[in-house]
Structures are given as structure tokens and as C-alpha cells.
Design a protein around this ligand. Structure first.
Ligand SMILES: *Cc1c(COP(=O)(O)O)cnc(C)c1O
Ligand code: SF4
Length: 433
């Protein structure tokens, strides 16, 4: 299958575009001045149901919607477009809006980038002891962009905010000096946009180095959903699968961390074939997704998605809360509702699918999960715990926040029982000051 890319520049060439009204086409033009937009022929032709595209999850997942910009931001750009403003005037207005959208959540730029011999390693993030993230230079884009993407700044030319690293030798040396790291998570963007030859350079360097403490290599990817041909018919598809087999043969675990948001992404023949091929290399596929209004904010969607994943041999891993960045106001689901949706689906799963954890917020102190809503001594509270913490001592310790039906993120929560701060707050302040 030949990859046909659609962006803000050429989206009018999408074959089905004449089904949209003039107003909808204008909305796409306006929103895509501020937020990244990219989709492709597989998503448009095989995933979107055009008979009901306005409520179609795959349409909403890749095509910009008016509501993704706050009304005053939308009007500002719309006016500029209507009066035929020049490119640089629109770019400047767009950039001012982007800076109000919390382009760098969870302290990624300030607190997670490691140093070695006085140099900051800009392509790494090392926040949790045992799992390090690696952003290879060639993997910092995707086969399509999710409208809700939390890494959106790196796709809008906000250059300062980009992570990426080319040198495999620095990566290996850092791993050698940090034997507490068991897992390397190769991420992006989407590392599976890389040519097999580039992926091979990194994987070979890692395997050659031995690094006995490194038990697992993970690859975070949305390509099973947005371009399954990566593993079937792309010219180097077979080379990709050979690299996966090589990891297994070297005595390490390869985990594909696949990003699926809706059961409709699991139904096409190409995705089923791609899954089967990856599994035949000995790699496991684990799945994760944020919970998103307009896309998957219904427990029956999650139940169906997890059932289908089990049928295909995938392992459900995380349900995330939409991060506090970009178009969060449009996609956010309140924490109380997130818990209800998670729990309503979870209750109806067999044990094989109860490997999933969530709903979880990847916040600055760590990954915080909502375990329940209950009443203690007459006070309604959220029960919470860390599934990952900046300090691993915080993990699994139960803690409580005042119930707030509107809260959408950890920052909105206050401690229950009139306590002044959460148990981790002092130490968190000192770790990040
Ligand atoms: C989620 C995450 C990880 C991986 O955590 P696991 O619990 O090992 O899946 C690593 N680094 C960062 C910054 C993360 O957000
Ligand atoms: S695949 Fe991931 S990084 Fe790429 S656009 Fe979607 S959420 Fe963002």
C-alpha cells in the first residue's frame, strides 16, 4: 500500500472531503494553524465510517475540530484567515496561543533530562528509576497525528521543546552507568516511522553492549493503528520483523507498547495481519490509551476494545487521563467519570484483561491512579495511589483527596481530612526545586 499523506496544506485532496460543509472545511483550516494536523489514506479510506463521519471516532481522532480551540482563540485566527492576513501574522498569533496551552506538562524539560559528564542528554528522559525513555531523532513524527496528542509542541516547530538524540554510543554509556535501569522505552513521535536501518543501528548497539541489567526493550507506537503496512507491505517491513526477532534471540524481552483508542482500530484486515506478524517474532504487544471525550468516553467502548485485544493476543496495560496540555479542555473527562467508566468496564472483564491499570494521570510527581470514590468518617473522598513515583518509596501508598466532581487533573485535587498537603508534597518540592 502506498502511503498518501494529508496535512493542513493538502487536506482538500482527501477523496471524501466533499462530504464536509464549507464551514467544516474552514474550521479545519483555522484549527490547523495552531495545532498539528496530519492524516493518511489508510485512516481516511479504511478506518473512518463516512456515513456518520461527524460522530466517527477515527475522524475525530485525526481531523481538527472547531472545539479544540477555545472560542476567543478560534475567533482570533478565523478573523485573520478571513481578512487574508499574511503567513507571518498568522504564525505569530498561533504561536502566542500555543504558549497558553501548557506546551510542557509534567516538568519534562526541567526535571527529567539526565546529565552525563556535564552534558544534558536531550534525547533521554529518566524520571523513574528502572524505566528510561529514549527519543531517537529519526522517530520524532507519526504516520498521522492524534488531535489530542500531548506531544503536539514537537510537531508545530516549537523547536526548543523537541527532544531527540542521534548518538547510540551516549545512550549505551548512560545505560552502562545506571544499572538500576531494566527497561528502555524507545518513543517519539512514533519510532516505527524510522527506517529499519536506523532502528537496527540503535538495537544492535544495545544488544552488542550486553548490558545484562537491561531486561526489556519497549517500543511505543501508534503505527499498528495508523499504518499497519509498516509490518506487512512497506519495503523494509520484513527487516523490521527481523530486528524484533533479534531482540528475543539476544535474551531480552521486546514489548511493543501499542496505542489504540477505539475498537474500530482493531477491525481491519491489515491491523490483524500486522499483529500476527509481530507476535510471531516473539515480541509481546501491550496496549495503552487515554480516555477522551468525543472519542471513547463510554465504558462499553473500553469493554469491547479490551475484549478484542484479548482475542488478538494483546495485553491491556494502561488507561490514561487526558493530559493537561493542548486541547485538554475539549477532550478532558472529569476524574470522577473516568473512574466510573474504568470500573464499569473492568467489572466485566476476565482476569486475562485485568492486567490493565488506570485511570492514571502522568503528573509531575508520578503516575497517580484513582482507585475508588468512597466515604470515610462522613467525608466523600477519592482514593489514590502512585503506580510510578519520582521517588519509588511513594509507590502503592494509599492517599486521599477531597471528592470534587469537576476535577480533571491532579492539580485540581486537595487533600482530604483537612490535611495541609499530600504526603509526597514536601519531598516532591525538594526534588524539583
Ligand atoms: C509511564 C512512564 C514510564 C514507564 O513506566 P512503567 O510503569 O514502567 O510503564 C517511564 N517514564 C515516564 C516519564 C513515564 O511517564
Ligand atoms: S501517535 Fe502519539 S505522539 Fe503521535 S500524534 Fe498520536 S499521541 Fe501524539
Amino acid at each position: 500500500m502506498k502511503y498518501q499523506l494529508y496535512t493542513a496544506q493538502n487536506f482538500r485532496c482527501i477523496p471524501q472531503i466533499d462530504r464536509l460543509s464549507e464551514e467544516q472545511i474552514f474550521n479545519i483550516e483555522v484549527v490547523s494553524k495552531v495545532l498539528p494536523f496530519k492524516t493518511n489514506n489508510y485512516v481516511m479510506d479504511q478506518l473512518v465510517d463516512w456515513n456518520d463521519y461527524m460522530s466517527d471516532p477515527l475522524f475525530r481522532m485525526t481531523i481538527p475540530q472547531r472545539g479544540m480551540l477555545k472560542p476567543d482563540h478560534f475567533d482570533l485566527i478565523a478573523d485573520l484567515v478571513k481578512k487574508g492576513a499574511g503567513r507571518s501574522e498568522i504564525m505569530k498569533a498561533a504561536q502566542d496561543i500555543r504558549l497558553t496551552l501548557n506546551p510542557h506538562p509534567a516538568g519534562q524539560l526541567d526535571h527529567n533530562i539526565p546529565e552525563m559528564d556535564g552534558t544534558r542528554l536531550m534525547g533521554l528522559q529518566h524520571k523513574y528509576d528502572e524505566t528510561m525513555l529514549f527519543f531517537p531523532t529519526q522517530g520524532q513524527t507519526c504516520h498521522a497525528y492524534c488531535t489530542f496528542c500531548f506531544r503536539w509542541p514537537q510537531f508545530t516547530g516549537m523547536g526548543d521543546y523537541r527532544f531527540a538524540m542521534k548518538q547510540a554510543d551516549l545512550l549505551v554509556e548512560y545505560l552502562r552507568r545506571n544499572p538500576q535501569i531494566t527497561d528502555l522505552l524507545i518513543t517519539g513521535g512514533d519510532p516505527m516511522v524510522m527506517k529499519a536501518q536506523h532502528l537496527d543501528t540503535y538495537i544492535t548497539a544495545l544488544l552488542k553492549a550486553g548490558l545484562d541489567h537491561l531486561t526489556s526493550i519497549r517500543i511505543g507506537t501508534k503505527s499498528l493503528s495508523f499504518w499497519p503496512y509498516r509490518f506487512i507491505t512497506d519495503p523494509d517491513a520484513y527487516d523490521i520483523l527481523k530486528i524484533f526477532s533479534k531482540v528475543q534471540a539476544a535474551g531480552k524481552h521486546l514489548a511493543i507498547m501499542a496505542h489504540f483508542n477505539h475498537p474500530n482500530e482493531l477491525k481491519s484486515e491489515p491491523v490483524k495481519q500486522a499483529i500476527a506478524r509481530i507476535r510471531s517474532t516473539g515480541a509481546q504487544i501491550r496496549t495503552q490509551s487515554p480516555l477522551l471525550k468525543h472519542i471513547n468516553d463510554d465504558s462499553s467502548i473500553w469493554l469491547e476494545m479490551w475484549h478484542e485485544q484479548i482475542r488478538l493476543g494483546l495485553i491491556p496495560y494502561y488507561m490514561f487521563v487526558a493530559r493537561n496540555t493542548g486541547a485538554q479542555h475539549y477532550f478532558a473527562v472529569p476524574l470522577s467519570r473516568a473512574y466510573e467508566i474504568y470500573n464499569a468496564a473492568y467489572k466485566n472483564l476476565s482476569g486475562l484483561a485485568r492486567t490493565v491499570r488506570g485511570p492514571s494521570m502522568s503528573a509531575n510527581p508520578g503516575k497517580v491512579t484513582i482507585d475508588g470514590i468512597t466515604e470515610i468518617n462522613g467525608e466523600k473522598v477519592f482514593m489514590l495511589h502512585f503506580i510510578q513515583g519520582r521517588n519509588s518509596e511513594w509507590v502503592n501508598k494509599p492517599f486521599f483527596a477531597k471528592y470534587d466532581p469537576e476535577a480533571i487533573w491532579l492539580d485540581d485535587l486537595v487533600p482530604a481530612f483537612d490535611e495541609k498537603e499530600f504526603f509526597y508534597q514536601k519531598e516532591f518540592n525538594s526534588l524539583t526545586s
